[in-house]
Design a protein around this ligand. Structure first.
Ligand SMILES: [Zn+2]
Ligand SMILES: [Zn+2]
Length: 239
């Protein structure tokens, strides 16, 4: 806890992304050049109207959303999972630089605030990570982001209503069907009365195949949520 507070409060002497020397802190963890590069990588791309994935070949929906309606009614991200957006996730997650998550979460909150389709919202819920990951990393990156999102949009956060009850081996090497089977019954809602009838915003770091997010959304809907929207820091590219 002390480590977390120091990480967030104390200034850092290099840009979190390119290591250019200077004074940086949680509200401004990276330099102007890195910021400009990130803005540039997000602007010219068209996104799927439902899941927010970047569409390499234009259109309105990605092939996946066209084939099967996703359980959430909208998912959006701040930018594409590449360049600075990708580096930021790795620094937050694997180097455990929690302070970078403050700025990331604020940017995610602004996307939600500016997109009328997200509203109304009652509760912000992070995607939970496994006990093993939590022990190893000491924090859930989704919760770090969700806390800042919640603060930015002034909606309550609850990191305990959705829990991960099953350890799931790494998803990276698996096919889509294997991922889905792997995730079955991995999540559970506790204190269902906090979910029932509510409009929920689910928060995660990255949306790639969407399997984890979709499973969480389904569990929340099965527990009686009215509707679920999704915000992530970065998203993949689709067709
Ligand atoms: Zn930089
Ligand atoms: Zn889509």
């Amino acid at each position: 806890m002390v480590e977390l507070i120091l990480d967030i409060l104390l200034p850092h002497n290099a840009c979190a992304l390119c290591r250019k020397p200077g004074v940086y802190w949680s509200r401004k963890p990276w330099c102007e050049e890195c910021d400009t590069r990130m803005q540039e990588s997000r602007e010219p791309l068209e996104t799927c109207r439902r899941c927010g994935k970047y569409l390499c070949s234009g259109g309105v929906l990605c092939t996946e959303c066209e084939e099967k309606d996703p359980p959430f009614f909208i998912a959006r991200a701040v930018g594409p999972y590449e360049n600075g957006f990708k580096i930021a996730v790795k620094i937050l997650k694997f180097l455990c630089r929690r302070y970078i998550g403050v700025r990331m979460g604020v940017m995610m909150g602004k996307v939600v605030a500016n997109e009328p389709q997200f509203w109304p919202l009652d509760l912000v819920v992070p995607v939970p990570i496994s006990e093993a990951n939590l022990k190893q990393r000491g924090f859930n990156q989704g919760e770090v982001l969700a806390r800042q999102v919640a603060r930015t949009i002034k909606v309550k956060m609850d990191a305990h209503v959705l829990v991960r009850v099953k350890e799931t081996p790494s998803q990276r090497e698996l096919s889509k069907q294997e991922r889905e089977a792997n995730l079955k019954n991995a999540f559970q809602v506790q204190h269902g009365q906090k979910i029932r009838g509510k409009n929920i915003l689910l928060v995660d770091d990255v949306y790639t195949t969407g399997s984890t997010v979709k499973e969480c959304v389904q569990v929340l809907l099965d527990a009686g949520a009215n509707r679920v929207a999704v915000i992530t820091w970065a998203t993949g590219k689709g067709y």
